[in-house]
Design a protein around this ligand. Structure first.
Ligand SMILES: Cc1cc2nc3c(=O)[nH]c(=O)nc-3n(C[C@H](O)[C@H](O)[C@H](O)COP(=O)(O)O)c2cc1C
Length: 205
């Protein structure tokens, strides 16, 4: 029986690695740099300071898909999402939202909407809970992509919801839960350590 001697030249190693990458058995450097779930959860923070750079459509697609992956009561998925990249619209939203002025520096925004009629038992409470979970998925996806975002409230404030409805032509039955400005973080905002041992009750209250 003959054995062939393998010669590991630089070229053969590169070619072997390239075929592994192409097969999907190993991932490119960019993918291996992605943060693990716990890092994303603990490093997420409200980002209110942006560089002003745009956010790509590809990233916005990943972000909204993460929103739709959220759980919902009886899987009713009562949510809808408005993805905004137009500068003029971002600025118009900022005019009626005093606590969302960072919209003027953001590259994009997503508005998470929900409908009582489409939620389990037509419950407004469940509609809000379901859409809030989608909102949190969106915030985590933003962090995972190295972007920054912040939940700014529309619900439960009648005046803010009305402003968001007017700017985005949202029907009256639809609740705009929030406006989440998204952008490239300037680096100013840091995660907070919120761990408090006394908040945990093991077994009973
Ligand atoms: C329901 C809700 C409403 C919020 N509304 C606003 C808002 O209108 N403007 C804002 O700048 N941040 C808003 N925030 C962000 C909070 O201020 C922020 O999550 C909190 O200070 C904790 O900081 P962290 O997100 O960096 O952990 C809101 C967050 C939640 C959950």
């Amino acid at each position: 029986m003959k054995y062939e001697v393998l010669k590991f030249t630089r070229e053969s190693c590169i070619s072997f690695l390239q075929s592994l990458l192409a097969s999907g058995l190993i991932f490119a450097k960019e993918d291996t740099k992605m943060k693990d779930t716990f890092s994303v959860i603990h490093e997420r923070k409200s980002v209110r300071n942006f560089t002003g750079d745009p956010v790509s459509k590809a990233d916005l697609d990943k972000i909204v898909r993460a929103g739709m992956a959220a759980p919902s009561a009886v899987n009713m998925q009562p949510w809808s999402f408005i993805m905004i990249t137009e500068r003029k619209v971002l600025d118009e939203l900022a005019v009626g939202l005093p606590y969302a002025q960072m919209l003027t520096e953001a590259g994009a925004a997503v508005v998470v909407c929900t409908e009582a009629e489409r939620a389990y038992e037509k419950s407004k409470d469940l509609a809000i809970i379901d859409a809030s979970l989608a909102g949190q998925n969106i915030l985590l996806a933003i962090e995972a992509l190295g972007l920054g975002g912040v939940w700014t409230a529309a619900y439960p404030y009648a005046d803010r919801m009305q402003h968001v409805r007017a700017v985005l032509c949202i029907p009256q039955v639809v609740i705009p839960l929030n406006v989440i400005p998204i952008g490239v973080p300037s680096g100013k905002d840091k995660p907070k350590d919120k761990y408090k041992k006394e908040k945990i009750h093991w077994g009973r209250w």
